[in-house]
Design a binder for this molecule. Structure first.
Ligand SMILES: [Ca+2]
Ligand SMILES: [Ca+2]
Ligand SMILES: [Ca+2]
Length: 309
């Protein structure tokens, strides 16, 4: 009942504001809608409490707006919402608007032209996750402006930039925390040395899951075999399996040796004969020997020196 009341109130407010704004004298202006963004969330751990900011930029003014922030309810649970400094005091919200939806509305008698934070929604992240990559999407509905700023009542329905969410459990081996990078529906597990990549040590991170280890060709590895580039780790809990493709710095071809072959592949990328997309994320990360984010002559030189040892 409360939910419906909030929805109805917001719609009435928006309609009333639209009517009052339409009274403003018309001047020929191109519609310049305010730009809304949703903050990205990286480096999030399962069980964390995180805050997602909805911000407004390029704001020539609006006097009412209805917003719907959509999230994955299997991953996030909303706990609170706070009005931002760029909103008016007439702010209505509903955390339980729909499954995976937070609703809020702002309204003002005068144009709100401040830039900055409109609202901040705080979520709890499911603590049983291993890894997750997804997006929160903001839909701006029924944005009301003055005709003089180029628009009256707009049903914007735009999906706003940002809102990426990336959650990964901490995965450690002795002396190192392994990096995790999203790669489509898979994830790349990044280590610095084959010496560190012991199955038994990685298994210790997943006490309530089942872990299985495979070679690049898909054969299950014997327990003592270390992992290197293009090996895979499957982590299963219930009906959910997360697949990690291993990447170990400098062993680009995944043959457990650091030698001229690895330098050769890096050289192909550095010279433009092979793209990082063609090579794939796990091998590209391995080929970035100095870890500066690109594959160039410096990386080739580091790996070429391995081959001469
Ligand atoms: Ca190699
Ligand atoms: Ca590099
Ligand atoms: Ca470089």
């Amino acid at each position: 009942m409360k939910n419906r009341l909030i929805k109805i109130c917001a719609c009435v407010l928006v309609t009333l504001t639209a009517l009052s704004c339409l009274c403003v004298a018309f001047t020929a202006n191109a519609a310049v809608l305010p730009e809304f963004t949703v903050s990205d969330l990286y480096q999030v751990r399962p069980g964390d409490t995180v805050s997602v900011e909805v911000n407004v930029n390029e704001n020539r003014g609006y006097c009412a707006g209805e917003f719907l922030l959509e999230y994955d309810p299997s991953v996030l649970t909303p706990v609170s919402i706070a009005r931002g400094e760029a909103s008016s005091e007439y702010f209505a919200s509903n955390l339980e608007y729909g499954n995976g939806q937070v609703f809020f509305a702002v309204i003002s008698e005068e144009l709100m032209s401040a830039e900055g934070n409109v609202a901040t929604v705080t979520f709890e992240v499911d603590d049983s996750l291993v890894v997750y990559s997804g997006e929160l999407e903001l839909t701006v509905n029924s944005l009301v402006g003055n005709i003089s700023v180029g628009y009256g009542l707009n049903s914007v329905r735009n999906t706003v930039n940002g809102g990426e969410l990336y959650v990964a459990q901490k995965i450690t081996v002795p002396a190192e925390e392994l990096g995790v990078v999203a790669d489509g529906t898979k994830y790349v597990l990044c280590g610095s040395s084959i010496e560190n990549m012991l199955q038994s040590e990685i298994t210790k991170n997943f006490t309530s899951h089942t872990t299985k280890y495979y070679s690049a060709s898909g054969a299950q590895l014997s327990a003592a075999t270390r992992l290197t580039t293009l090996c895979t780790v499957k982590v299963t809990s219930g009906s959910t399996t997360n697949t990690f493709v291993v990447s170990v710095k400098q062993d680009v071809d995944g043959n457990y040796k650091l030698d001229g072959e690895d330098a050769f592949i890096a050289g192909l990328v550095a010279s433009g004969m092979l793209t990082e997309e063609e090579l794939g994320k796990a091998q590209s990360n391995a080929a970035d020997a100095d870890g500066d984010g690109d594959i160039d002559a410096d990386d080739f030189a580091i790996m070429e020196a391995n081959g001469l040892k």
